[in-house]
Write a protein that binds this ligand. Structure first.
Ligand code: NAP
Length: 331
């Protein structure tokens, strides 16, 4: 069995979830962690028994023992950091959104193809067996033909002054952080990208979106509708509605291990597939399997799907008037 040494860039909030998940892996381990702060890197390394620490990201990329990098910094850094990793010959798993806009992702894909390296968006929901099995059941018509999908995602960040979501210079806002789940999970079930989008949004004085409400129509005639908010505690649920029934994905729908399937208003099936750790393990294992198979991304979260979802978010941002500083949007 091939084994993989991982390096982490940005040992903040989500990097802890990653570190807990990879601890159960048989073929992957974290060999190194890089932080701008030596103290933060040391603390993280001590917590997760990591051998090497770097206080410079680029220095870690010269380490020949590292195979793959997990980028866990705020959105605005992903493009440049992923580019550096690929150019250093490292495979890369990049937190969502993989880049701030579709143009940047297209550039990264070209680089990954040139060097034949993995470039994977860490959209963890798409790798979860509960959602994959549900997608298969939906395809087989368990609720008839899907008509529309509704979802709601939001948390109250307004009093968390230090939150990166509030900051334009960190590509903040509710859409790229939260709404992305509604768009990508809907696309996962419908297997198409919307060709008509109507969006409304409320912006903060930093010109990032506090709420977004969007209606999306797909080429097949089906719809998805979502609200996302960084100033409200919402239900965080998704409902998939078909001609003969519906599916409820309880909170938090993007990290669900259960799905309740109803026909004629009666519960006919419950999927219940508990995560072995915290839900991050699936995307970690899939990334390593893709490298073994010489694939540049997984079929369940392909480059074209990442670009398609970014296209939707670019469109919504244009409709509601959110544009980040040029230095962040540049590719
Ligand atoms: N999949 C999920 O469920 C999930 C959940 C949360 C977040 N995320 C994604 O993960 C990414 C990171 O989110 P997070 O909440 O973990 O971020 P965070 O804790 O705020 O920051 C993570 C790291 O990024 C670097 N960083 C933070 N602010 C910075 C700044 N102003 N300038 C330069 N570097 C900065 C720091 O690295 P150093 O230690 O090197 O300074 C920090 O340790 C985001 O893209 C987000 O969408 C995913």
């Amino acid at each position: 069995m091939q084994s993989f040494n991982w390096g982490i860039i940005g040992p903040g909030n989500i990097a802890n979830t990653f570190a807990k998940a990879i601890a159960s892996s048989k073929k992957g381990k974290i060999l190194a962690v890089a932080s701008r702060s030596k103290e933060r890197a040391t603390q993280f390394a001590n917590t997760y028994h990591i051998e090497k620490i770097y206080s410079d990201y680029e220095q870690m990329l010269t380490d020949p023992d590292i195979d793959i990098i997990y980028i866990a910094t705020p959105h605005n850094f992903h493009y440049q950091q992923a580019k550096l990793c690929l150019e250093a010959g490292k495979h890369v798993l990049v937190e969502k959104p993989c880049t701030v806009n579709a143009e940047q992702m297209k550039k990264l894909v070209a680089i990954a193809q040139r060097y034949n390296l993995l470039l994977q968006e860490a959209l963890w929901s798409r790798f979860m067996p509960c959602l994959s099995q549900l997608r298969q059941l939906l395809k087989e018509g368990i609720i008839g033909d899907i008509q529309y999908i509704q979802s709601d995602i939001g948390f109250a960040f307004q009093n968390k002054e230090k939150s990166r979501l509030l900051k334009a210079e960190l590509a903040g806002g509710s859409l790229l952080d939260l709404g992305i789940y509604s768009i990508t999970v809907s696309q996962f079930f419908l297997q198409e990208h919307p060709d008509k989008i109507l969006a409304m949004g409320q912006l903060t004085d930093q010109n990032v979106d506090s709420h977004v409400l969007a209606n999306m129509q797909y080429p097949s005639g089906r719809y998805a509708q979502f609200t996302c908010s960084m100033f409200s505690q919402t239900s965080n649920t998704m409902k998939i509605v078909g001609t003969q029934g519906y599916v409820n994905l309880a909170a938090c729908f993007w990290n669900t291990d259960t799905a309740d399937i109803y026909c004629d208003d009666k519960l006919i099936k419950r999927l219940d597939i508990p995560h072995p750790v915290n839900g991050f393990e699936y995307q970690i294992e899939e990334s390593m399997q893709c490298i073994e198979k010489n694939m540049q991304c997984s079929d369940v979260m392909s480059h074209s799907d990442t670009i398609g979802v970014l296209d939707v978010m670019d469109n919504i941002r244009e409709q509601i008037g959110v544009r980040f500083p040029n230095s962040i949007e540049a590719s």
